[in-house]
Write a protein that binds this ligand. Sequence first.
Ligand code: HEM
Length: 179
Amino acid sequence: MAAPDGKQRRLTFKQRRRLADPIQDIVSFNDTESKIAIASHPIHAMMVAFPIALAFSTLGADVMYWVTGDEFWPRVALYAVGIAFAVGVLAAIAGTVELLMVPGIRIRSASWTHFILAMVLLSVLGLNWGFRLEDPVGVVLPWGFLLSALAAGMTGITGWHGGKLVFDYGIGMHGKVDR
Ligand code: HEM
């Protein structure tokens, strides 16, 4: 290493031991600000509340049908999971545009993990909805219920991971971050 006086100095053991992350040195690493936003509030974050709440509501409606036998609940579940799927797809489009457009989001592997989790979740939501179209009451027990339980679990994992993007990596937040 060249010292201020121009002479070469050997790195100390402590200096050599310090690990460097070459990706963090890329300037665009810190460019994580949301581009698909209204007044700096990411549209994706605003939309995901609907599929999250409705996926759990679907499971709740299936449990209510199991407990009461009232055929009102399978109709609730059909609409809840259908709207969860539709709004989830719209939220995913907003998230994907963000993922592709913002360099600091695109460069982080955690963003792609969230993308994959979300794709699995949307597939389960879509399957759970399509499966119920013909006979919303007859398919609830056991397969509709099991699909709803799987969707609720995947929603928890995907939503938690989305929060990790925001709170651990500062993704989508207004202003630049330095991590
Ligand atoms: C292809 C699909 C998706 C992509 C590419 C994606 C991408 C992102 C990105 C980039 C963020 C950071 C905030 C922002 O910039 O908007 C985020 C946050 C988040 N995502 Fe997704 N997402 C997808 C689908 C989903 C789905 C289906 C859910 C529903 C469970 C979800 C739940 C969340 C949550 C809860 C946050 C944190 C929001 C906050 O607390 O501000 N994402 N996602």
